[in-house]
Design a protein around this ligand. Structure first.
Ligand code: ADP
Ligand code: MG
Length: 254
């Protein structure tokens, strides 16, 4: 690993965050400045980790990138088009899974496609493919409460992947899981990524876990607190394949 300067290489970034500043209103007079002059680019083919402490504004930044929240200043563009409202081509995976408890696995996965107006038959086909890809074959009719944490996050992943996003935004996706489950899910995700089986071009992984950032990413953006901004970029050069879980170990976990 070595510290490198931000790169552009003349390529167009998939996602570009430019001069983003964000504050939350606090009472009548004071504002809480959470993000200050945040700049980052995400390129085709890379996994980037955004590493920062709890409360540093990582989730706020992801909400801004996904278009769910408008920044106080600055802008986000996806493939050079300025984002103004929920952005096409991006999908999010949440720390707490954010599944609907009254819907089955399949219904939870189909949700995003329903919003896009995809017809029922096509929705089913795509949802089943995503469920199968993520290793939940046979659990289509189960409800979230019947699943382990790791399986619930697999549903979260399938629901993100089913819309065919270009970029996956992951907000501490493994931090609600025990270490063994987190390790297994990380490995499965990396396998799918390295085998090119996920229809995505890039991943932005938000984490407060240094080891996870090193194992999962090609580049680490170090994020400061109070206010949050990217203060360093570290290039990761681990031998491939990364983050292997021993099959015997996996048999114990599954
Ligand atoms: P992180 O994801 O890095 O833990 P967050 O983006 O969730 O950080 O929060 C950054 C700061 O902004 C925290 O101090 C948090 O309390 C505050 N905050 C987050 N969301 C809101 C909100 N909707 N209104 C007011 N303050 C918020
Ligand atoms: Mg957060």
């Amino acid at each position: 690993m070595g510290v490198v300067t931000p790169r552009s290489n003349g390529r167009t970034p998939l996602v570009a965050v430019q001069n983003v500043r964000h504050f939350y209103k606090r009472g009548t007079s004071s504002n809480l400045v959470v993000l200050e002059d945040v700049n980052l680019s995400l390129y085709n083919g890379e996994i980037v980790a955004l590493l920062g402490r709890s409360g540093s504004g990582k989730s706020t930044l992801l909400r801004i990138i996904s278009g769910l929240l408008t920044p106080s200043e600055g802008e986000v563009s996806v493939e050079s088009k300025r984002v103004d409202g929920p952005a096409d081509g991006l999908a999010m995976v949440f720390q707490s899974f954010a599944l609907f408890p009254w819907l089955t696995v399949q219904e939870n996965v189909e949700i995003g496609l329903e919003a896009q107006g995809v017809r029922a038959e096509e929705r089913k086909k795509r949802a089943l493919a995503a469920i199968d890809l993520i290793g939940l074959d046979g659990f289509e009719s189960a409800y979230p409460k019947e699943l382990s944490g790791g399986m619930r996050q697999r549903v979260g992943l399938a629901r993100a992947l089913v819309v065919d996003p270009k970029v996956l935004l992951m907000d501490e996706p493994f931090s609600a899981l025990d270490v063994l489950t987190a390790e297994t899910l990380r490995t499965d995700l990396l396998d799918l990524w390295m085998e090119g089986r996920m229809p995505i071009k890039s991943i932005l992984l938000v984490t407060h876990n240094i080891e996870e950032a090193v194992l999962m990413s090609d580049r680490i953006l170090v994020f400061s607190s109070n206010p949050g901004r990217v203060i360093a970029e570290i290039k990761v050069n681990l031998p491939q394949p990364r983050n292997r879980v021993d099959p015997a170990f996996r048999a114990m976990v599954d």
